[in-house]
Design a protein around this ligand. Structure first.
Ligand SMILES: Cc1cc2nc3c(=O)[nH]c(=O)nc-3n(C[C@H](O)[C@H](O)[C@H](O)COP(=O)(O)O)c2cc1C
Length: 310
């Protein structure tokens, strides 16, 4: 049976253009989760950011929108609008983002120490709408007791699944994930779980899928950026000439970004991505530093294409 693989949402990186270009060149992924959009009450909605999830521009794979907010009515209003305008019926709520401005405003992972507030949001959505709902969370913000309490409470609500990244918000992305606590959560919740975190190689995936055989799906984020063939490799698909395929993908990405982001926006986006691609192409730290110093798009892409064998 093919494994259900999701592209993890990475705000500022896995935007529509990236997702579409990725799906033109690489297989193995079944679903996209879009990076978070703000949940707002009707009068305050910023519809400009919805461009990322326009259905007519997101036809490659099923796409699930993700929302971030902290008030029940913000979620209900935004979901209703996205359903009426675009037909979306399944939404994910972000309670895992650990960035300090987000946490300070009691959004993202900042909600995890407040189970009453999360429960109020979930209750409002599940009683006032018929949309399918999932949450993306961590083990907690400061301690895993926050996650335990939340999981226990969420068992009473009809959620489609939970995505769990096995770190605390306080840990950001440092250290190794806490798989023992994740295992406890895996058995504590009655909801299906989609796993997200630190799958960088096929061996990582195999180790985790043996330990957690009943996972509803697997999310690949930084691992897939470091090696765009990772989903194919996990699925056991042939990868062929990796160098030629990566270079074709990269050319297509530049050409797709240019009309939307302009030269400087494209360059900024590529610089972000090359922090990850550098790993796959075997760039040394010094080469990467030199690459990131380049401020001309043509020179930048020329430098990238000099790496011939991956
Ligand atoms: C730069 C960056 C942006 C992210 N943006 C989001 C986001 O918008 N929504 C979300 O739920 N998670 C976000 N995440 C978390 C990832 O989806 C994922 O859970 C995390 O990176 C761990 O998985 P990985 O090791 O496979 O990357 C982000 C992570 C990074 C590094």
């Amino acid at each position: 049976m093919p494994t259900e693989i999701w592209l993890a949402p990475l705000h500022g990186i896995t935007s529509r253009t990236f997702r579409n270009t990725l799906s033109r060149h690489f297989g193995g992924i079944g679903f996209f989760m879009a990076p978070f959009l703000p949940a707002q009450t009707i009068g305050k909605l910023n519809k400009r950011v919805w461009q990322d999830i326009f259905p007519e521009l997101n036809t490659a794979l099923p796409l699930m929108p993700q929302l971030m907010g902290n008030q029940p009515e913000q979620f209900v209003d935004t979901m209703r609008m996205l359903n009426e305008q675009f037909g979306y019926e399944h939404f994910n709520i972000n309670i895992g983002c650990p960035s300090s401005p987000v946490v300070r405003h009691t959004r993202g992972c900042g909600l995890m120490p407040h189970p009453d507030r999360v429960e109020a949001i979930v209750r409002e959505i599940t009683t006032k709408t018929t949309y399918k709902l999932s949450l993306k969370m961590r083990l907690g913000l400061h301690t895993a007791d926050e996650g335990r309490e939340l999981l226990w409470r969420l068992n009473s609500y009809p959620l489609n699944f939970l995505v769990i990244h096995p770190r605390l918000g306080d840990d950001l992305y440092s250290g190794t994930p806490d798989w023992d606590t994740f295992e406890e959560f895996y058995y504590l919740t009655q909801h299906p779980i989609v796993y997200s975190g630190d799958i960088f190689t096929v061996a990582d995936y195999q180790r985790l899928s043996q330990r957690f055989p009943n996972m509803a799906g697997w999310m690949l984020g930084r691992g897939l950026l470091r090696n765009p063939f990772l989903a194919e490799e996990v699925q056991g698909l042939p990868t062929g000439d990796k160098t030629a395929r990566f270079q074709a993908f990269h050319r297509d990405l530049v050409e797709s970004l240019l009309p939307i982001r302009g030269e400087s926006g494209t360059l900024a986006n590529l610089k972000e991505l090359w922090h990850y691609f550098a790993n796959f192409t075997g760039m040394t730290e010094e080469e990467l530093r030199n690459l990131l110093r380049i401020n001309d798009l043509e020179e930048f892409t020329l430098f990238c294409s000099r790496k011939k064998e991956f």
